[in-house]
Design a protein around this ligand. Structure first.
Ligand SMILES: Cc1ncc(COP(=O)(O)O)c(C=O)c1O
Length: 446
């Protein structure tokens, strides 16, 4: 890192917060006619409408309960385990602290520790004197819209459950419309969408690919598996994104692409990245796994590079269990991408009815998801704007509620540049030391 501070983020995936100075402004209109820019401001009326839509779903399908506690009819499905105790001077009633209803009333927020499943808040072994087990902020929590099963049943009844089916088409049209990209292709994962990028650009031995030092392994492995040399560029300690000021010095005549990753759904400094990329004629590729419905200067994340990759893994804001999408922003790559996604053959033409048979044309692999997964995904995509809006409200609630604690403990809350509209994927905090991040030293909320 450029600064000595330890970059050890605690992720609250279901939560949301930011040091952005404005109040929550959110959500593009999925029906926006302007595809070149994402209108991320949200009017109060829009919010009312989105919440009304969600509440209607709650009424129709009942409250969702995936973490052992009920929704209590308030329609706050994503995050609800941060609890404050009177014992610590903080409060357990959600009404007074204005956080999610308590999973375990009386739990206090004490030394935080990271567990496999999330962030443990409060611990008896660490001097906790509360009257019940510590609460855990789940690492993530799926928001089921209630329509997934009906759509899956429809796919099963139709018998068309392999890739390139009708639900796949609907999901792809939805993504193209919302994000304003020329073509979106569903893939079996974000990792596979990144691998498709490498194949489309013929990445191979002798090529260098620049990636951020702080990212998920797939950002690198998708390119290194084709023989490229990965060149790491350090990450910023405020947004945790690639440090755009360090990219130019990493460019060589062998650089093929700069892969950016919009950490937590907050955009990288794309103006500077574009400046460097166009100066040296290299591709910008977006790992937008965290960033669906986030934007940079009003433009949707994933639509800003030659290609973008989305993830619909279980842990993401919008999910079908395992899944992803390749966003193609340069139409010249569409035909080849369709071929590579289908094992290197032109089955897509056969499916469209423009060819009587299909045959092997190119390299490729089996990157198209089953239409059963696409059916699940469509239900999620249809409510993706209100789901993101709700995450945004929770994120701001977290930020507001943790501000004093963060100040008192030298913890840095997330920062969002004013030109960025977050996707509210992760609420990450920068801890003052590795010990504090793992709970070995006390960073208390009191
Ligand atoms: C930044 C980033 N890129 C890529 C991936 C891989 O996504 P998938 O599981 O859909 O392959 C992840 C998964 O968490 C991620 O966080």
């Amino acid at each position: 890192m450029a600064e000595p501070r330890e970059l050890r983020a605690l992720h609250f995936k279901g939560a949301i917060v930011s040091p952005c100075d404005e109040s929550p402004t959110l959500s593009p209109s999925p029906h926006s006619s302007s595809m070149s820019s994402l209108d991320c401001s949200i009017e109060e009326q829009d919010l009312d409408d989105t919440f009304e839509a969600l509440q209607q779903h709650d009424r129709t399908f009942g409250s969702r309960d995936t973490a052992g506690s009920s929704l209590d009819g308030k329609g706050w499905p994503l995050l609800r385990s941060l609890v404050f105790s009177p014992a610590t001077g903080l409060r357990s009633e959600s009404s007074s602290i204005d956080l999610e209803p308590a999973i375990c009333p009386g739990v206090f927020v004490g030394p935080a520790e990271v567990s496999g499943s999330g962030l443990v808040i409060g611990s008896k072994d660490r001097g906790f004197s509360g009257n019940c087990e510590p609460a855990v902020v789940p690492f993530h929590q799926v928001y089921w819209t209630g329509k997934e099963q009906a759509y899956m049943m429809q796919a099963m009844t139709s018998g068309k459950i392999s890739g390139l089916g009708p639900f796949t088409g609907k999901c792809e049209s939805h993504l193209e419309q919302v994000l304003g990209v020329p073509r979106a292709l569903l893939t079996t994962s974000c990792t596979h969408a990144l691998e498709l990028m490498a194949l489309l650009l013929n990445v191979g031995p002798g090529d260098e690919v620049i990636i951020p030092s702080f990212t998920f392994c797939s950002t690198a492995s998708a390119f290194s598996r084709h023989g490229a040399c990965i060149v790491f560029v350090d990450s910023r300690t405020d947004t945790f994104n690639i440090d755009e000021r360090l990219i130019e010095q990493a460019i060589t005549p062998r650089t093929k692409a700069i892969v950016v990753m919009h950490y937590a759904g907050v955009a990288c400094d794309m103006d500077e990245i574009w400046r460097v990329a166009s100066k040296y004629g290299v591709h910008v590729l977006e790992d937008a796994a965290h960033a669906f419905l986030g934007s940079y200067k009003g433009r949707p994340l994933g639509s800003l590079g030659t290609f973008g990759a989305l993830s619909f893994h279980e842990t993401k804001n919008i999910t079908c269990g395992e899944g992803g999408a390749l966003l193609i922003n340069d139409a010249r790559f569409v035909e080849r991408a369709l071929t590579i996604r289908s094992c290197g053959n032109d089955r897509h033409r056969f499916v469209q009815g423009s060819a009587l048979s299909y045959t092997w044309r190119d390299v490729g692999s089996s990157y198209a998801p089953s239409d059963l997964l696409a059916a699940t995904l469509l239900a999620q995509l249809e409510l993706s704007v209100p789901i993101t809006a709700k995450r945004g409200l929770l994120w701001h609630r977290y930020r507001d509620s943790l501000r004093d604690w963060a100040d008192a403990n030298s913890v840095v809350l997330p920062r969002v540049p004013t030109v960025c509209q977050p996707a509210y994927h992760i609420f990450a905090v920068l801890m003052p030391s590795p010990q504090a991040a793992t709970g070995e030293s006390s960073v208390s909320v009191v």
